[in-house]
Design a protein around this ligand. Structure first.
Ligand SMILES: [Zn+2]
Length: 270
């Protein structure tokens, strides 16, 4: 019987986790009974070509909670920093805030954007990624941020995801939970509209006509996203013989394995 673990997913935006890791999260919850918490650092207030920033803050928060409910998360916490401005926050402050949550929920595993993945263009992703790595690496040391309300916590594993994965050899089979991943992603309705608006803008810039983006069907964005995410996860899985997969760089954060030359820490899947 495996030890029950606690997972903290730390992301910049409301839909980051659902795009990159919702299938694996669903398996943590459904199969292993793990407690999974999500900590979203920004207010998502730049995620639309249609809504005002005020409307977006409200709607995206509601949608994040709904998506978390579908996945069975223990809590979805929004920190509320301005979207697109996370790099204005002092790294020391951001690291301390993430570490405080790591200690509060007693995270064994952190999951988030890979701090060392190449070609990441979003400053929020880069900022949250580095803060998460540093918070996880030093949360066990009582002399770091001794003012925190909760005591030190040893994080032993990290699951890093990236738009362009690098050294990411862990493939998690999400074939049995693909429907749940799609449902959690579609719960972020305003973000899916944005994604499809961005695709349409790109197509227009290139002067190409995509029939799937025409027609004005109010449900069109849902069909495009569902098709796109299924296609993407199928391509990721194809290389390793899985119908649908998510890909991670799995990192052991402690030094036990390194120093003793053994393997106490293995990923739960893959
Ligand atoms: Zn994002």
């Amino acid at each position: 019987m495996k030890r029950k673990k606690t997972v903290l997913v730390v992301v910049a935006h409301a839909d980051d986790m659902e795009f990159m890791a919702a299938g694996t999260v669903a398996r943590f919850v459904d199969e292993l009974g793990y407690d999974v918490y999500e900590y979203i650092l920004t207010d998502n207030s730049r995620g639309s070509y249609r809504l005002s920033r005020e409307e977006l803050i409200r709607v995206s928060a509601e949608e994040a909670v709904a998506a978390g409910h579908i996945l069975g998360l223990r809590e979805v916490r929004l920190e509320g920093y301005a979207d697109g401005e996370l790099d204005r926050v002092e790294p020391y402050v951001l690291r301390g805030q993430v570490m405080a949550v790591v200690r509060e929920v007693k995270a064994d595993i952190v999951m988030g954007w890979d701090p060392f993945a190449p070609y990441e263009d979003h400053p929020d992703h880069r900022a949250v990624a580095m803060a998460t790595l540093e918070a996880a690496a030093f949360a066990s040391n009582p002399l770091f941020y001794p003012e925190h309300a909760h005591g030190p916590q040893m994080v032993t594993e990290a699951y890093w995801f990236a738009k362009v994965p690098h050294n990411a050899g862990l493939f998690v089979d999400i074939s049995t939970v693909m429907e749940k991943k799609v449902a959690s992603l579609l719960a972020h309705d305003c973000q899916m509209v944005l994604t499809v608006d961005a695709l349409a803008q790109e197509a227009a810039a290139l002067g190409v006509t995509l029939p799937m983006l025409e027609g004005g069907d109010s449900d069109m964005h849902r069909q495009v996203i569902e098709m796109g995410i299924r296609d993407h996860c199928a391509k990721v899985g194809q290389a390793v013989g899985m119908a649908f997969a998510e890909q991670f760089r799995h990192e052991k954060l402690g030094m036990l394995d390194l120093l003793l030359g053994t393997s106490f820490i293995e990923p739960d899947f893959g």
